[in-house]
Design a protein around this ligand. Sequence first.
Ligand code: ADP
Ligand code: ASP
Ligand code: MG
Length: 486
Amino acid sequence: MNKPLQVIKFGGTSVGSASCIKNVIEIIRAATRESYVVVVVSAMCGVTNSLIDVIAQCEAGNSRAVAAIFSELRARHNAVVGKLIKSDVDRTTISRKLESVFEDGERWCQATLSREFTSVARDYISALGERLCAPLLAAALKQSGIASKAIEATELIVTDAHPGNADPVASKTRERCEAHLLPLLQQGIIPVVTGFIGATSEGVLTTLGRGGSDYSATILGAALNANEVVIWTDVDGMLTADPRLVAEARTITEISYQEATTLAYFGAKVLHPKTLCPVMQSGIPLWIRNSFAPELPGTKITSTGFADCGEVTALSAISEASTIALRGPAILRAHEVIGRALTATASVRLDVLLAFSSSTQGEINLAVAPSIAKPIVEALQQEFANEIERESLDPIEVGQTVAIVTAVGRNLLALNGTLERVFAALVRERLNMIAYVKGKSEYNISFVIEKRDLQAVLRTMHQEFRLGREDFATTSNQRYFVEDVA
Ligand code: ADP
Ligand code: ASP
Ligand code: MG
């Protein structure tokens, strides 16, 4: 191999329409001038949500709604085929391919109508969007004179058997990637791989969690020992806050793996929280770039980041978290109770975002994603069945919904005054804080707040730490700095 190797991933908005796909083709064409390229692609935007709706409608026995969603999805994909694929032969081939994926999905739905989906069936239906998009993009590349081949990641990414939240088995994935992808690259063919999915070594399809195509890209990047991974999305890079909530948010030029991972874990949707795990050890850099503004350099994520940032690098937000209170005399042994709670939830692969004590004495609260609050309560009830029976713990149930804002930076805890500045700023703006939690590492402090205050708290903190400042030292790249200000 005489050129560097890039794995480039396109998110749902970047491939959301025929004109977006044309854009993406030019980005791929430009990348192939300098590098070998492996493309990873998500479903077109909105498609995975529709498929999840298919599952719900199917379980409810609503076959008409299922048919209506499939018909909408067919129309959307076929319209893009019509716009992009001019050759009759190629159009027939890709239309047949897409139809076979739709029929496959419909068969699974018919077999499961009015019954609860198994988690394997859920994964199978949620994955249809990527299985439609990869062949569509490969056909569009061929139409534009770029040799390419769609590949289902079930052939490449070997995972453990955790439906909905699978993790890769690195050694087997590496073997498969080398065997399937390197020969294509050597022949000048661009592999277009489905994001979001993998398969167990027995061949059962799994998914990597919502937003998991980012993770797919770094899994392939690590397996192929790529020179870099580029995540093409719909914003200029990783920003100092979610731009939908803070208009003054600025693009960070360079940030460390640790900080970016912490931001992603605490709600920065631009990256799946596990994205950086596969590339951290080998130090492969990851870029986040805007497919709608490819002239901008984006954000580079590296082991060191850019040393000269301020005390807070960025803020992330979780707009809704359910709280689960553990209260009763057993809480006197708080450390033991928290330890057991976290072990019990981790063993069923359910993430607790934060554990915090509230002002009420003898109470520990867990904050969790609302979608998994119920299974977490069940896991806790099982773990603490004895204590509940003996009344040393109250019955466990889902409590109020809160929001969480997390400040991420290097050495946050070593620098005095960060907390005090947040307290003072919130008091000044008459905003309440329910609790704050220092991270396990020095990288973050999280603030639990009322849901309705989210945007106000974010804006207040963004201003307090001057994250929108134009001369702020999150930039090591003058070219970008100048363009951004202009
Ligand atoms: P894709 O479909 O390309 O994977 P996502 O919608 O998953 O894109 O992620 C991109 C979105 O993440 C942005 O549109 C933005 O609203 C949101 N986001 C949240 N926090 C941040 C942040 N700190 N920096 C950049 N984007 C963020
Ligand atoms: N299509 C999947 C989702 O919507 C994966 C991804 O977009 O990364 O969650
Ligand atoms: Mg995403």
